[in-house]
Design a protein around this ligand. Sequence first.
Ligand code: SAM
Length: 247
Amino acid sequence: LPPEQFQSTSAQVAIEGDDAHHLQRVMRAEIGDQVICSNGVDREALVRITGLDKGRVIAEVIEELPMNAETAVEVWVAQSLPKGDKMETVIQKGTEIGAARFLPFLSERTVVQYDAKKEAKRTERWQKIAKEAAEQAHRNRVPQVEAVLSWKQLLVQAKEVDAAWICYEKEDGQQLKPAIQEAVSSGKVDRGKRVLIAVGPEGGFTEQEIEQAEAAGFRSVSLGARILRTETAALVGLTCLFYETGE
Ligand code: SAM
């Protein structure tokens, strides 16, 4: 639940909006049913439904649940807009694995049509996918899905994090695994730190984009000798990172 829909005292919770609708119309919830509620920030509780009004479900808290499904390192996934519904795959699976924020962006070889008018609706749909994936994964937080960024807007994001990596299949120097290990041992990547992983579109990044990204503070890394699909690359990057950081 978004925080404004989780108006709780220590004893009672009011569920409103889409979640109240889902509980009443889809789940056919009844008084006495037990559900798990989260405010998507810092609180999760097992509750028992005590009242069903139009558009509002009232419940009493049975038990506060420990919040421990979040990763130690906050990872942002920047994904150049891919074709079809691949962005949905990245958001859904990336949320399950533990990403904290998604930054879709445009790069030179982005092939998908970008329509600013349809943008708000699409971001809303992606945010809903992140919410559903977070719920199914028992995440405490719903990752934020940002509106599509320009290439320049993406580059400045490197300054907002402790480490920024850009995945480049032609990189023959730096592999992601040693880059993570080095960042972990130098303390750059540790509990509470932020990391950004950027992935290119189907046609990849241009050499010039990699140069610009490195000048902006990104480090170009390889994910191995095999060329991964754009929707696979971020998921591999996330998995490697959490493997090395331990959670
Ligand atoms: N043509 C395929 C497709 O349609 O998805 C593969 C595209 S690959 C060029 C897309 C992006 O995935 C690249 O820009 C890069 O960010 C990332 N990527 C794929 N394989 C990689 C590798 N082995 N090392 C680093 N990055 C990789």
